[in-house]
Design a protein around this ligand. Structure first.
Ligand code: PLP
Length: 483
């Protein structure tokens, strides 16, 4: 018998986001050993610039890394347990954070807590800022892992701020007020606003005006803001990244908290290097005590302090990595456009937010799930359905482009084209898996969401005659015809 805490459903493990990974693991694509396997496009990993880091390591393989004046550092690292972290590492990490923000804001090491990745940072913040049963408002669509990271062990509730494709998923004042009202209706105390800037899954960053809107709202409601800026180093196009710290208002400066990590821009999720940054002394003190539960190993801190202190290398890395991300995105966007599929315009991240509404058999989340299953099962592509990101409109998918070789992305684009052809009634043989693998049943969590959304969608369609609704889909299909 296990505790209710571990057996409760709020982890979100049965979401299509995680089930897609399981499917991939049973039949992973490999260009030589398994060319008809599933291509993983549901994982926001950055593998585009490993060669740069590897060649830095090769160039700097110092035999005496573990030696320092007066003896070996090995014992020091092996015994090091201070939850404040290695001072030298914190110093260079703070400088790196400032540089990523074009030195518009300065990071002070006394206001920084080290954590085992952004996952741990986010959970720690929820633990410190809210009681079980309190709520955070989060704009949708959002990173599916938040259901686990923010809710599961802390008992915090997420209330979605609904956004829509009609204004490119931008957060509006009325959407903020509606979410706040919804929390009140549910008798939930709202403790804060949680944003991801740049957004996962949208790949867009927030403007100063948008940040000001959020700040004004939070001042008025007397709540906190947590800004997860894990993708700040991946901004590859204009507009430039604006951190919430640039928009700080003295009335809220101790209620704004930043989260980041080296998992995305430096592509090092395995190193588990994350942080919390805040002007709130009491919070920093509490989070430092909590960091004992998720420390970064001293070896990782030591190695990263060496790499980050090479300012010339890091400067070049950041520029080159951005260039590579931009090229990759372009490759995917152009490839999809040739098949009539559009992506949301974006300037950051390791993924595109892809509009596959024209491929749905109906404007429902059931149809979205059918399409996703077809993609995984018949065309060997694991992408993340919008419903797993709590998107309020069916038909959007997050498609990752930075975790694979260029040739694999080319093949993915061909497979998507074949999928579109099959939806257009063309008999597709090439790029269709011969022996479709699929063992999981429909994702339970998403089906629950589907049920919740069903009424909303039905209402939407009730206003249109059946023929008109059919026509909309038909028109979309026609748009798919290639130029
Ligand atoms: C928005 C966001 N926050 C946090 C995380 C977790 O990052 P980490 O690997 O640093 O724990 C992710 C990972 O995908 C993410 O997309």
């Amino acid at each position: 018998m296990l505790s209710t805490k571990v057996t409760c459903k709020s982890h979100g493990q049965d979401s299509s986001y995680f089930l897609g990974w399981q499917e991939y693991e049973k039949n992973p694509f490999d260009p030589v050993h398994n060319p008809s396997g599933i291509i993983q496009m549901g994982l926001a990993e950055n593998q585009l610039s490993f060669d740069l880091l590897e060649s830095w390591i090769a160039r700097n393989q110092e035999n005496d890394w573990f030696n320092k004046k007066g003896g070996s550092i090995f014992r020091e690292l092996a015994l090091f347990q201070d939850y404040h972290g290695l001072p030298e590492f914190k110093k260079v990490l703070a400088e790196y954070m400032s540089e990523i923000r074009q030195n518009k804001v300065k990071f002070d090491t006394n206001k920084l807590v080290l954590t085992a990745g952004a996952t741990s940072a986010n959970e720690t913040l929820m633990f410190c800022l809210a009681e079980p049963g309190d709520a955070f408002l989060i704009p949708t669509p959002y990173y599916p892992g938040f259901d686990r990271d923010l809710k599961w062990r802390t008992g915090v509730e997420i209330v979605p701020i609904q956004t829509s494709s009609s204004n490119n998923f931008k957060i509006t004042k009325s959407a903020l007020e509606n979410a706040y009202q919804q929390a009140q209706n549910l008798h939930l105390k709202v403790k804060g606003l949680f944003i991801t800037n740049p957004s996962n899954p949208l790949g867009t960053s927030l403007s100063l005006e948008e940040l000001n809107l959020l700040i004004t709202f939070s001042i008025n409601k007397n709540i906190h803001i947590v800004s997860d800026e894990i993708y700040s180093g991946t901004v590859f196009d204009s507009p430039r990244f604006v951190s919430i710290l640039e928009a700080l208002d003295p009335r809220i400066s101790t209620r704004v908290h930043i989260v980041s990590s080296l998992s995305k821009d430096l592509g090092l999720p395995g190193f588990r290097i994350g942080l919390i940054y805040s002007n709130n002394e009491t919070l920093i003190s509490a989070a430092t005590k909590m960091s004992s539960f998720g420390l970064i190993s001293s070896q990782s801190q030591f190695l990263m302090s060496k790499i980050l202190s090479d300012k010339r290398f890091i400067g070049k890395y950041v520029m080159e990595n951005r260039k590579r991300l931009k090229n990759r995105r372009k490759m995917l966007v152009l490839g999809l456009e040739k098949s009539g599929i559009k992506c949301l315009e974006s300037n950051a991240g390791l993924f595109c937010w892809v509009d596959m509404r024209p491929l749905l058999d109906s404007e429902t989340f059931e149809a979205e799930m059918e399409l996703w299953m077809k993609m995984v099962r018949e065309f060997g592509l694991n992408v993340s359905p919008g419903s797993s990101c709590h998107c309020s409109e069916p038909g959007w998918f997050r498609v990752c482009f930075a975790n694979m070789a260029r040739e694999t992305l080319e093949l993915s684009v061909k497979r998507i084209r074949a999928l579109v052809d099959s939806k257009l009634g063309i008999n597709v043989k090439k790029y269709r898996l011969k022996k479709p693998h699929f063992t999981t049943s429909r994702p339970a969590q998403d089906l629950k969401l589907i049920q919740l959304q069903k009424n909303k969608i039905t209402e939407k369609f009730e206003g249109m005659s059946a023929a008109a609704a059919g026509n909309t889909i038909l028109c979309r299909r026609v748009m798919l015809l290639r130029r």
